[in-house]
Design a protein around this ligand. Structure first.
Ligand code: HEM
Length: 449
């Protein structure tokens, strides 16, 4: 067996004597990680009592997420998310994760998700019809609303506007409270009779009641509505032949609801922002949409192979603004990274935001250039591990194909009709929470093309 060398700590930046680097990280997480990354491929920092490492090389990210993945579990954020998501796909580990993944994956096959395309373009077309020439809209809120409607429809065949609106409302409260779940000592705060904890628990109870009611009704009717909920209820494990309990279906529904809308919404918000700052790319996108969608018709799934520039625009915006901007893993056994000893219990991070902007691997790394995807394929960049907005290995995003289809169809449907420009007073900043949100929202003026 190979001995693990007892090397010194990797480089770091000066820490505060109390709390380590916690405040620096919290003040500006992306900037903090970029500063660390300049010091080397492996760097060290401390979040309170938690030792943490940042790996900043494609080979090391591959090791963390693929080759050495069995030595890690998800980081604290997702452990804490269990309070809300239970043992869903995003939060479960080991055998139970693999069993759930085997059952859910078929529902996301390319052929299966094609049937959702219509719901996607219908909701986007409705939004495109509602927008008025010259008005200012908060595109951040608009995109969140749109993707929530789509996930409501494709998951439960429900309109978030009517019967499932209670779900929408309770979810919004829960998402807001998610940041509080991530605070230090939140494990303790959660159990105290303070208003925050009470609101959180109330929202969770409302949400559970609504979801169990939907599950019960569907089980009773036995109807296959062709949506994700029916697929979850009908899914059987090929190994043990068993299905999912109501609790598992509930956990997966919440997981897909949460994982399936905010990420795509953020991808679209940043895409409209990037387009507004790059008129040449915007003009090329419009040219493609006019050519492919003649007479202003709505896009369909058959158009996807012809919407290559639209896809490049989305890929490029997710390179610069990856909706999932960092992945964190906790070591469950000792591991060696570039001759550094990573102790059991340490947190190891790899950041898409940092690596996808790394000038060692990208020319004009900070510039929005969709054309780069004409010579570099998305798949190839993924294999090189210089581009991994959907993660990698056994935990790779199960909704990746769904997200590409949704992103392209929504962008095409909205941009074929409208041009969005940033309002002069709109400040731009990053709010890297679970996803990379625009810190000050994204107010944009809508103009008819
Ligand atoms: C642009 C949109 C999206 C992005 C950037 C994205 C990104 C990611 C990433 C990076 C992971 C891996 C997390 C980790 O390794 O810790 C992940 C996992 C996951 N995503 Fe997505 N996602 C997107 C859309 C979606 C959609 C639309 C759905 C479902 C409808 C979805 C469902 C999931 C689930 C269930 C997992 C957990 C998979 C597992 O651990 O087996 N995602 N996503």
């Amino acid at each position: 067996m190979k001995a693990i060398p007892q090397s010194s700590f990797p480089p770091s930046v000066k820490a505060n004597w109390i709390g380590g680097h916690f405040l620096q990280f919290r003040r500006n997480p992306t900037e903090f990680l970029q500063t660390l990354a300049k010091l080397g491929d492996v760097t060290f920092f401390k979040m309170g009592g938690q030792s943490a490492y940042l790996v900043n090389h494609p080979d090391l990210a591959r090791d963390l997420l693929v080759a050495g993945a069995h030595k890690f579990i998800k980081g604290r954020a997702l452990q804490r998310a269990k309070t809300l998501l239970g043992e869903g796909l995003l939060t479960s580990e080991g055998e139970s994760h693999l069993r759930q993944r085997r059952m859910i994956q078929p529902a996301f096959h390319r052929e299966k998700i094609k049937s959702y395309a219509e719901a996607m373009t219908d909701f986007a077309a409705q939004m495109a019809n509602d927008w008025q020439d010259g008005e200012v809209r908060d595109v951040d809120r608009e995109m969140m609303h749109l993707t929530l409607q789509i996930v409501g429809k494709t998951l439960f065949s429900a309109n978030v506007e009517d019967d499932a609106s209670k779900v929408g409302e309770a979810l919004t409260t829960l998402i807001k409270m998610f940041s509080y779940l991530l605070l230090p000592f939140s494990e303790i705060l959660e159990k105290l009779p303070i208003p925050h904890a009470r609101r959180f628990n109330r929202a969770k109870e409302t949400l559970d009641a609504v979801i169990y009611e939907i599950i019960n009704e569907r089980r009773k009717s036995g109807e296959d509505k062709g949506d994700l909920l029916s697929m979850l209820l009908l899914a059987q494990d090929e190994d043990d032949g068993g299905g999912m309990t109501d609790r598992q279906v509930r956990d997966e529904c919440l997981t897909l609801f949460l994982a399936g809308h905010e990420t795509t919404a953020n991808a679209l918000v940043w895409t409209f922002y990037c387009l507004s700052q790059n008129p040449e790319s915007e003009a090329k996108l419009h040219e493609e949409l006019d050519r492919v969608l003649q007479n202003g018709r709505a896009p369909t799934v058959e158009d996807l192979p012809n919407l290559k520039y639209t896809e490049s625009v989305l890929a490029e915006s997710m390179r610069l603004f990856p909706p999932a901007w960092v992945l964190g893993r906790l070591a469950i056994e000792e591991h060696e990274i570039k001759s550094y000893k990573i102790p059991k219990g340490a947190l190891v991070l790899a950041s898409m935001y940092v690596l996808q902007r790394d000038a060692r691997f990208w020319t004009d790394a900070e510039i929005f250039k969709p054309e780069r995807w004409e010579t570099q394929s998305i798949k190839e960049a993924g294999q090189k591990f210089i581009y991994f907005p959907f993660g990698a290995g056994v935990r790779r995003c199960v909704g990746e194909q769904f997200a590409w289809m949704e992103g392209i169809l929504l962008l095409a449907t909205l941009a074929r009709k409208w041009k969005l420009s940033l309002t002069p007073e709109q400040k731009i900043g990053l709010q890297p929470m679970m996803t990379l949100r625009p810190k000050f929202g994204m107010k944009m003026r809508i103009q008819k093309r």
